[in-house]
Design a protein around this ligand. Structure first.
Ligand SMILES: [Zn+2]
Length: 359
């Protein structure tokens, strides 16, 4: 088991280095676009090697471009039966792990300078909140991808982290919700509540009212900034809750976390985040991805279960009841705080095939 992550590094190139980055990245996407067009024409993968590819790039970089083009051809073009033929526009250049080095202050990469491959050291700034990236970079580094994001050059270093899957059978059921962002229950009935739904609701309402005022004054930029701020705030909350859940799981020697499989994710991406329900599905989706990602890092498996009736079914006798107030009651005598019932059922519900969210 292993997991691949990307660490972002800000680049601070000199004027000359910016020219090199511009030149190399435009050459790089040109090679890829040309090769893809050729492969589409011939309806088969290319057999070209670096000798057959003419570009002002070090041969290792050319090699990487051939590899990338082949992979795009097989995973996108062929898979879509030639319906999708991607054309790269955004400047990008990729170096494999044998061709660059990073010492936390500089990235050293080869460029073509006057017809020769030459190593150039570019000042790099590791954006690191809680030393997480610093720790990640101690693992084996993968490819280095340099690109331009909102006018700034950034490096994306892929890192592969080995994880050892936990053995054992202890399961944690986790139910996500609005009133209580997350409820977890272990095999031995240990319950834990995460996050603060009331506070979230209050803050969201505050954002909404400021947005309304700005809307009346038609302050478009201010609204955009406010939306970004709200997104960041929600993301931080999800990071915190997911971190706490995984911590709770580790403390309780859990080997499997079970979450509800979310449906209709496809329709709820960026384009249709308008209605409340879609927004909620979207935020549950993000929290559940964060949980899965953090759990995998510590070797805890995440399984997705069928969400049908998880809040209505009696965990003791399987009868379906609708909770009338804060307390869930069943004729069989079972009685529990309604927010816990979902997690109890998720814990032992049917696991959905594929074991991943259908994003
Ligand atoms: Zn019952």
């Amino acid at each position: 088991m292993s997991q691949t992550l990307t660490v972002k590094v800000k680049l601070l190139p000199t004027k000359e280095q910016i020219q090199l980055l511009k030149q190399s990245s435009s050459e790089y996407i040109k090679v890829i676009n040309t090769l893809i067009a050729e492969m589409v024409e011939e309806k088969k993968s290319t057999k070209k090697t670096t000798k057959g590819v003419f570009a002002n790039l070090p041969s290792a970089v050319k090699n990487q471009a051939i590899k990338d083009a082949k992979s795009v051809f097989s995973t996108k073009v062929k898979k879509s039966k030639y319906a999708i033929i991607p054309i790269l526009k955004k400047p990008v250049c990729v170096w494999n792990n044998q061709n660059y080095s990073f010492d936390f202050t500089h990235i050293s990469i080869p460029f073509m300078v006057e017809g020769k491959s030459n190593r150039v050291k570019i000042r790099a700034l590791l954006i690191d909140k809680n030393n997480r990236n610093f720790d990640l970079l101690k693992h084996k580094l993968g490819t280095l991808r340099v690109t331009k994001n909102s006018g700034k050059w950034v490096a994306q270093i892929s890192v592969t982290i080995p994880t050892t899957e936990k053995t054992g059978t202890r399961i944690l059921g986790v139910d996500l919700g609005l009133k209580v962002p997350a409820v977890a229950i272990t095999d031995d009935e240990k319950v834990c509540f995460f996050g603060n739904g009331r506070e979230n609701k209050y803050i969201k309402r505050k954002f909404r009212s400021v947005r309304k005022k700005l809307g009346k004054k038609k302050k478009v930029n201010a609204i955009r900034n406010l939306n970004d701020k709200e997104q960041r705030w929600m993301k931080d909350k999800d990071h915190k809750v997911s971190r706490e859940i995984v911590h709770f799981a580790v403390e309780n020697k859990i080997s499997v976390i079970r979450l509800e499989q979310l449906t209709n994710i496809r329709q709820t991406t960026r384009t249709s985040r308008k209605n409340e329900k879609n927004l909620h599905t979207w935020s549950f989706y993000r929290l559940s991805t964060f949980i899965a990602y953090k759990a995998n890092l510590v070797g805890i498996k995440v399984e997705y279960v069928n969400p049908a009736y998880t809040s209505q079914t009696c965990p003791k006798c399987s009868e379906r009841n609708k909770a009338q107030d804060r307390q869930y009651k069943c004729q069989c005598g079972f009685e529990k705080h309604r927010d816990i019932v979902g997690a109890m059922n998720i814990r032992y519900a049917t696991v959905v095939d594929g074991n991943s969210q259908s994003a």
